[in-house]
Design a binder for this molecule. Sequence first.
Ligand code: HEC
Length: 108
Amino acid sequence: MKQTKRHTASIPRMAGVLGTAVIILFSVGCAETSMQANYLPDAGSQAAEIYNDNCGRCHVPPHPKRHTFAAWQDIISLMDRRIRERNMPAIGEEERKTILSYLKKHGR
Ligand code: HEC
């Protein structure tokens, strides 16, 4: 049925718009927080903490299962750019390694 198809196709697009709105809302209140998101895998571990601290600076840290490891590598490059644009301190080398292995372990 054509109509059903067209209807369901608009749902992911809607979700994208909502996701962006959520990110913008969180960026507005972009305060430094030390509260670790407890939905993260291995919550409480040092890796989760480093991920939370670096990836929660501008928006809520996304769940690793949202992307494959390959996609995460591209996303991190994009995030590096967002960090530079805002003149924020870059992600440190050791922290980057920890974040990458965390996403490799827990990504889709
Ligand atoms: C300097 C602020 C900043 C930091 C730090 C940051 N992000 Fe982002 N992030 C953004 C902005 C702004 C967006 C909105 C999309 C865009 O402009 O690229 C975004 C969007 C995203 C998205 C959604 C992209 C999509 O599919 O729509 C993901 C996933 C993401 N960030 C992951 C991360 C991860 C992982 C880290 C830690 C390595 C991180 N972010 C750190 C600013 C940041």
